[in-house]
Every structure is written in C-alpha cells, then in structure tokens.
Design a binder for this molecule. Structure first.
Ligand code: ARG
Length: 400
C-alpha cells in the first residue's frame, strides 16, 4: 500500500480517470478524492465531477480557481513580463503551482496522506507538481501513477474499461492540449515535426490572421500600479478583463506562438501556444513601464529579473525563496506603473500605438526638437568627453 487516502488532480481525461482505479486496486488506496479545478478551460465541470465518481472516486470536488489564478499567479507573472525563452507566456506552467496548492489544502482538510497527478515522466508539469507539493507540505506523499504504469494508450483504455471507464467516444485527437484562461498549449501529432507548418485545426482561441478583419481594432488597457484594471476605460474584474481580451485579440489573430523550447528534463520540444490576452497585456505592460520606470530600473529588470523569473516559473520553482526575493524587487517598481496603453490589433499583429501615465517620466521639454526645448545642448560636450575617454585612450594605445 502506497497511501491510504489520496487527493487526485482530476481533469476528466482518460489518464486521470484511469488513475482512480489504479490507485485503489494496484496501489491499495482506500479512498481517492478527485479534485477538479476550473481555470477557465470552458468545460462542464459538473460533468467532470460526475465522471470522477463514475470512475470510482469516493468523493469528487470542483473548485473555481479562476480569481486566485489571476490574482496570485498571472498578475505576478505579468508584473515580471514573464515569457519563457522570450516567447511563451507560461499559461500551463503558472497553473501547476495553483493546482498543487489546492491539492495540498484539500489533502490537509480531509486527512489524506498523499496527493496524486496524472503526469507522465517526460514533461515539465510533473516537476512543477512534485516540487510545489513538497514545498507546501513536505510530509505528503506525491503519487504519479502514469509515470510508473508503463501502459500504452490502448492498454490504458483497456484497463479503464475493466473498471467501467468508457473509452473516449470520438477518435482521440492526436494532439495533447492544455487550456486555461491565460492560454492554450498544443503538442504532439504532426507538430512533432518541427518543419511541418501547424494545421489550422489545432487552433481554438485565435482566428487565422489571413481570415481576420482587414480593418484594425483598437483597445486601451488601463493599469493601476502595474495591474490591468480596465479596457477602453471600463473597469473590469481581472477574470472578465482577460476573457474579453482573449475574445477581442483572438478575433484579430493575435497570440499564436510556434517555438521549439528547452524543457527542464533536457528534451527540446516543438510547442504551439495561443495566448491572445497574454500577448496584448505583456506588450501593454512593457510600454507603460517604458514611460514610468527610470532607465536603470528598466534595464536591470529586463536583463536580470525578467528572464530569471520566467525560468523559475517554467522550472517549477514558484514556491521558492528566489521568487519571494524577486517579488520583493518587482513590487516597488510597479508603484508608478499606472496609466493607459492603446494598442492596434490587426491580422496577427499587436502594436502599441499610444501610452500615457500620470507619473510619466517622459518630459516633452527635454524630448522635443522644437522651440520649447529645455535640454542644455552645451552640457553634452563635457559629458561626451568623459564618456568616450576610455575608448579614446584605448584607441591611442592600439592604433597602428
Ligand atoms: N511545454 C509547455 C510547458 O511546459 C506546455 C505543456 C503542456 N502540458 C500538457 N499537459 N499538455 O509549460
């Protein structure tokens, strides 16, 4: 017996469904509590809950995690402009520490001695779950049946049928898809060939740029202390703001990403992402920071903090002292990031076309080339003499 009472992260798919009888019959669990979390994946969560019970769960719970997902995970990532390898806004990666937290909370509340997830041994998600769970409660066991059972897809389905789990009705799509409010990840099938152009059928949140309206749409994103709070001047709850932006930007083909990325487990993988709202919000947030943060803070944040922050999210270190320390750096930088950014959305391109901020550091009198110019042009000469001195000395010594 590996554990008495197990809380399982349950998505409703074949693998997590088969985990239920597997945990009970192969690993001796007396009770499996299924926990399903609504992260904006647009599924009928009551159906998912019933499926867990039909698969043999002793209890099945659904938790709406969308608000917490945004406030505690997406917003901090946005403050860091987090994009893994400069491209992936980390929608899947950000959801894992939240799921881990809820698993641990339910385990503690129901007296479970273990938590379980359906990840295989090849991906990043297993790392994110295991490390997050251990960080939150080192005494809980973490079980990952699909990492150990060694069954092929057909064997998994056959195993499930023995315990009354219906095999998937429609022919299973060849793709592995993860979906939440902040974006969609698509892997497998033809996408495993990095030379093959992604077929249009894989996309679910975005219109093909060629089929998008020929007229641009404009959207103004309002920020308060670094957090998005309004679209086109209308204050919105965080979840509604992201939902609306997904629909609007998705309709203009924004947010498709095709990349080969470096997984933590050493494998390169071809990934397709769709993240319309994330792409718009990060572009807007960066533009507002450009107006309100001093040069040195901007450069230090961009060069040293943001890439590291994205990596720690990707690599499963959300609940690490490093993130706490980095949040400590980021928090004061966001205090003046209040204002509005206007963006044009057109056939897959999202372009910042305007920005304004009450605490803007942009000074018209310094910037202008017109008569109102207040910059002391003569001061430049001495500055350039000192600035260029090391280069000049080097040249004098090395010049032939
Ligand atoms: N490669 C991406 C990541 O590591 C996406 C993973 C998708 N996960 C999934 N279970 N389909 O964040």
């Amino acid at each position: 017996m590996r554990a008495k009472r197990v809380v399982l992260a349950y998505s409703g798919g074949v693998d997590t469904s088969v985990c239920i009888p597997y945990l009970r019959h192969e690993w001796g669990a007396q009770a499996v509590v299924a926990l399903s979390i609504d992260l904006g994946q647009k599924e009928d969560m009551e159906q998912v809950r019933l499926k867990a019970l039909n698969s043999g769960a002793s209890e099945a719970h659904v938790y709406n995690g969308q608000d917490v997902f945004v406030s505690d995970y997406i917003w901090p990532a946005l403050a860091a402009n987090a994009m893994y390898e400069g491209q992936y806004p980390l929608a899947t990666a950000l959801a894992r520490p939240l799921i881990a937290r809820l698993l641990v909370e339910v385990a503690e509340a129901t007296g479970a001695d273990a938590v379980a997830h359906g990840c295989t041994g090849k991906g990043n998600d297993q790392v994110r779950f295991d490390v997050s769970i251990k960080a939150l409660n080192p005494t809980l066991k973490v079980l990952a049946p699909a990492r150990e059972w060694g069954m092929s897809r057909e064997e998994t389905i056959a195993y499930g049928e023995r315990y009354g789990i219906a095999s998937p009705v429609k022919k299973k799509s060849p793709y592995s898809i993860d979906f939440n409010l902040y974006g969609r990840s698509i892997e497998c099938g033809i996408l495993e060939d990095p030379w093959a152009e992604p077929p249009e059928e894989i996309y679910g949140m975005t219109c093909a740029p060629a089929d998008c309206p020929a007229e641009p749409a404009y959207v103004t994103v309002g920020f308060t202390c670094g957090l998005p709070t309004a679209l086109d001047g209308v204050a919105l709850t965080p979840v509604a703001l992201i939902e609306q932006l997904n629909v609007l930007a998705g309709a203009h083909g924004i947010g498709r990403i095709d990349m080969v990325e470096n997984r933590l487990v050493g494998i390169k993988s071809r990934e397709i992402y769709e993240c319309p709202a994330a792409v718009v919000l990060i572009a807007a947030h960066r533009a507002l920071e450009a107006m309100t943060l001093p040069r040195e803070v901007t450069h230090y944040k961009q060069q040293h903090v943001e890439p590291t922050y994205a990596q720690l999210i990707y690599n499963g270190l959300w609940y690490s002292p490093l993130r706490t320390a980095m949040d400590g750096f980021i928090a004061p930088t966001q205090a003046s990031v209040t204002g509005e950014v206007r963006l044009r959305l057109l056939r897959g391109q999202c372009t910042v076309v305007g920005r304004r901020a009450p605490q803007s550091l942009y000074d018209d009198h310094l910037a202008t080339y017109s008569a109102t110019d207040s910059f002391d042009h003569r001061a430049a000469e001495g500055f350039i003499y000192v600035w260029g001195l090391p280069t000049k000395v080097w040249s004098e010594v090395h010049r032939r």
